[in-house]
Design a protein around this ligand. Structure first.
Ligand SMILES: C[S@@+](CC[C@H](N)C(=O)[O-])C[C@H]1O[C@@H](n2cnc3c(N)ncnc32)[C@H](O)[C@@H]1O
Length: 364
């Protein structure tokens, strides 16, 4: 196979539409779209399902952060819409931007199918089209070891029409023995036939909540005990994912937790950390402001804000560090877990950093 650039994000709406129609006809409820690029494929599927009144939750992931930004903005050049019929364009687009009803069906996250753990198993369908074609055989094996356990028994793995899993590759990838080549509605797919999960394989799958249904639960009053419990559970799951480096998926969990309880400063703090990791400092700053509005005593937020402002507004940045130091010197500074370090270590580090800033600024 000729090596092709992995950065290729070429896609368009209704690419190889037959497979998308098959997924709609199967009434697949939970779909994972791996290597979703700018989201055209995920939105096309959402369109078909909504038109058929078939509710669907699509988790769409990609390793390319810029492509994900486009996906979330959901505004496309004409050429990507060339296969969208005029009636559909009128119904599902406002100008060149996808309407909210459709956007609400899809949740996008940063995820590397070769190195990251999978979202929880139980997907009815996993779409992975025109992605593995760029991988080495070893990378394909690793991707499959992540993808296959995430399918529910009976679930379908759908590749592009031109892609298939070669005999040699299947022989060398233990998880492939769980798959059977099948034909559904004129589309070739791989069906998970059995659940022979070993503990080791199971361990690759972290339980996360279903993401983004067409009707995400409305925000509940933060005082409701159920909302509190759900938010706690989602926060814990987010922390586990963050700990394992699955930043995009962790962000999902925190966003879901915030839907349950939007007055949790620690969730905004974690969300800000994820946004920083994902290279979206403006969003991180917004989240930190919300966090500090709700709890001005959360010193990690002051430190992060200080870092973010350091080159933009040095004076305010120093103010943030000073505020963090005051809180850390207090009788019982909050402890927000491993991601933010212990208060004692943070105090020393922030003092040192502030000193170096002041010395740096004092130097002509
Ligand atoms: C050609 S696009 C395919 C888009 C869409 N699936 C389609 O069929 O139209 C390939 C996508 O795979 C993504 N990709 C490449 N390596 C990846 C990885 N390790 N994990 C997740 N996505 C990856 C690329 O960023 C790119 O957006």
């Amino acid at each position: 196979m000729v090596a092709r650039p992995r950065t290729n994000t070429t896609t368009h709406f209704f690419r190889e539409e037959r497979a998308l129609e098959m997924i709609r006809d199967q009434k697949a409820r939970r779909v994972w779209c791996v290597g979703c690029s700018t989201g055209d494929e995920a939105y096309s599927l959402a369109m078909l399902c909504l038109e058929a009144a078939a509710p669907v939750e699509i988790t769409a992931t990609d390793v390319n952060v810029e492509a994900l930004h486009v996906a979330k903005r959901a505004e496309y050049p004409f050429r990507n819409l060339r296969h969208v019929e005029p009636e559909r364009k009128a119904r599902w687009f406002k100008g060149l931007q996808v309407v909210d009803a459709l956007r609400n069906c899809v949740r996008f996250a940063h995820h590397d199918i070769i190195t990251d753990v999978a979202p929880a198993g139980g997907f009815d369908v996993i779409l992975c089209r025109h992605v593995m074609v760029y991988f080495t055989p070893q990378e394909i094996q690793r991707a499959l070891a992540t993808i296959i356990p995430a399918l529910r028994p009976g679930g379908l793995l759908v590749l592009a029409a031109s892609e298939w899993l070669g005999t040699e590759l299947r022989a060398q990838t233990p998880e492939c023995s769980w798959l059977e080549l099948t034909e559904v509605g004129g589309v070739i797919a791989y069906q998970r036939i059995s659940p022979p999960r070993t503990l080791v394989q199971e361990a690759r799958v972290i339980p996360v909540q279903p993401v983004a249904t067409p009707a995400l639960p409305p925000k509940r009053p933060p005082t409701a005990p159920r909302a509190e419990l759900a938010a706690d559970r989602l926060r814990r799951e987010g922390d586990t994912l963050l700990d394992r480096g699955a930043v995009g998926l962790a962000l999902f969990q925190y966003e879901l937790a915030l839907r349950e309880d939007s007055l949790r400063p620690e969730l905004y703090l974690r969300s800000a950390l994820c946004q920083l990791h994902l290279g979206v400092p403006d969003r991180a700053r917004e989240e930190l402001r919300r966090c500090l509005f709700l709890d001005p005593e959360l010193w990690p937020a002051w430190i992060m804000l200080g870092d973010l402002l350091e080159h933009v507004d040095p004076e305010r940045s120093r103010g943030c560090f000073e505020r963090a130091i005051t809180l850390l010197e207090g009788p019982s500074p909050v402890c927000e877990g491993a991601f933010f370090g212990s208060p004692r270590v943070a105090l020393e580090a922030t003092r040192r950093h502030l000193r170096s800033l002041q010395e740096g600024n004092a130097t002509p």
